[in-house]
Design a protein around this ligand. Structure first.
Ligand SMILES: [Zn+2]
Ligand SMILES: [Zn+2]
Length: 344
């Protein structure tokens, strides 16, 4: 650890886009862990945009580096329901979700999957209905300028921002919902930040400071601009290309974060509090397939094949016992179907 970055104040980055935020995040996972260590930070979250396919690599790399991994996602929440897909009406708001435990992880993967299979409209979108059903075991942060609350504040609607914050607080519970503060030097940040702090103080909802890290160091901002060009079909010379307005979207040191939010040091301290609550661990190398037990002698192999074909709908760890007389394959199917229905 470099002396300059060593510190005793705790800070954990809870809003990170790895290379798995495709063509958007430029944090290479291994290099990310080196940087976290260099900063003297002991944990880090993975919150890719709408997806979780980087989580296992992230988890393994963090463990290897002796850093506590926190599994999460920056989800897109449909502005109406995930089934509404009308041009110019239905969009999405960003929201950060972090897994406290296995229940939270299972709930998060259910929602993220439904975001693709049911809610996909330009982005994989979940909705408030899913959050009502699957919020257990998760910590929720109000996200960046593209979150529902900052958007309401930018539109001058403080009341709507307040109502939204209270809705999320009531759903997740007081200890699991935080107003997220960010400052990347944007004009909008300066407009929204004081209002977010006011909202947190008025409602008693705790604050948390994050940096929307899309790359590891300040110098990497250029690389990320090129990624965005590839994503949007532009070249680096196009004047009208979409790009981040500042080069502040990197993994900041603990001191940089405390300096940035010196008016609300508790927002930095809360990052550590949240990290301590997030203790989901993956278990690798354990067979999770259901156990099949066939009592029909040499027909076992045949039955196993049938079961594999019929396998959908069997729960993890479930034991299915099938007894077949003779060699009637149709009857075997029938019996299997009955058992699956009963056990579903
Ligand atoms: Zn965002
Ligand atoms: Zn983000």
């Amino acid at each position: 650890m470099s002396e300059a970055l060593a510190n005793t104040r705790p800070f954990v980055h809870l809003h990170i886009h790895t290379e798995y935020s495709l063509l958007d995040g430029a944090c290479r996972i291994d290099q990310l862990m080196d940087r976290v260590k260099e900063c003297g930070q002991t944990a880090i979250a993975c919150t890719d945009h709408g997806v979780m396919y980087g989580c296992v690599q992230f988890y393994k790399a963090a463990k290897k580096a002796g850093i506590k991994p926190i599994i999460g996602c920056e989800v897109y929440v449909a502005t109406r329901t995930r089934f509404d897909k009308v041009n110019k009406i239905d969009g999405n708001n960003h929201l950060i979700l972090l897994c406290k435990n296995e229940t939270g992880y299972k709930n998060l993967i259910k929602m993220v999957s439904a975001g693709f299979t049911e809610g996909f409209y330009s982005k994989p979108r979940i909705d408030k209905q899913l959050l009502e059903k699957y919020h257990d075991g998760l910590i929720c942060l109000s996200a960046c300028l593209a979150g529902e609350i900052p958007k309401a504040l930018l539109a001058g609607d403080y009341d709507r921002a307040r109502q939204t914050a209270l809705w999320y607080r009531d759903l997740f519970g007081a200890e699991n919902y935080y107003i997220e503060l960010q400052d990347h030097g944007l004009e909008e940040d300066q407009a929204v930040l004081p209002q977010l702090i006011r909202l947190a103080r008025e409602t008693g909802i705790p604050m948390v400071a994050t940096n929307d890290a899309h790359y590891i160091t300040k110098e990497d901002a250029k690389m990320q601009s090129i990624l965005l060009c590839i994503q949007t079909g532009k070249t680096i010379n196009d004047v009208d290309r979409m790009e981040f307005q500042t080069d502040e979207f990197y993994l900041k040191s603990t001191d940089e974060m405390y300096d940035l939010f010196s008016m609300v040091p508790e927002a930095c301290e809360n990052t550590n509090k949240i990290a301590e609550q997030c203790n989901f661990e993956f278990t690798f190398g354990e067979t999770k397939l259901p156990y099949f037990k066939a009592t029909c002698g040499e027909k076992s192999a045949q039955l196993t094949r049938l079961m594999a074909v019929m396998g959908l709908g069997i729960k993890q760890g479930q034991t299915v016992t099938v007894t077949i007389d003779g060699s009637d394959e149709d009857k075997a199917f029938e019996e299997l179907q009955t058992q699956f229905r009963e056990n579903a």
